[in-house]
Design a protein around this ligand. Structure first.
Ligand code: SF4
Length: 85
C-alpha cells in the first residue's frame, strides 16, 4: 500500500494500513505495559471494533485525539475521547 493510501485509509487500524514500522513500535509499547494495567483481550478487541467503525479513524490514527487506538485501547483505564468505549 502506498504512503498516501495508508494516510487516507478510513476505518483501518495500523496493522492493516500499511504502516508496519509504527505498528511494530506500538506492539513493542503494548508488550511493556504491566499486565495489571492492560485491558483484557476481549475488551481490547471490542474497543478496536468501535474504532474500526469510527469516522475519526484515518490511517490508523484517531483524529479526535491524535492517538493510535491500538495503543490507547491496550490500557485498562484509558477511554475513547468520543466516549464510544
Ligand atoms: S474517537 Fe474513539 S472510537 Fe473513534 S477512533 Fe478515536 S478512540 Fe477509536
Amino acid at each position: 500500500m502506498s504512503e498516501s493510501a495508508a494516510e487516507t485509509c478510513i476505518g483501518c487500524l495500523l496493522w492493516e494500513s500499511g504502516r508496519a514500522e509504527i505498528y511494530e513500535s506500538v506492539q513493542a509499547h503494548i508488550e511493556k505495559i504491566p499486565l495489571k494495567d492492560r485491558a483484557e483481550d476481549a475488551e481490547y478487541d471490542k474497543r478496536l471494533s468501535y474504532c474500526r467503525a469510527c469516522t475519526h479513524l484515518i490511517g490508523g490514527t484517531c483524529m479526535k485525539c491524535g492517538c493510535y487506538p491500538e495503543l490507547r485501547a491496550a490500557f485498562r483505564t484509558q477511554r475513547c475521547p468520543a466516549k464510544k468505549w
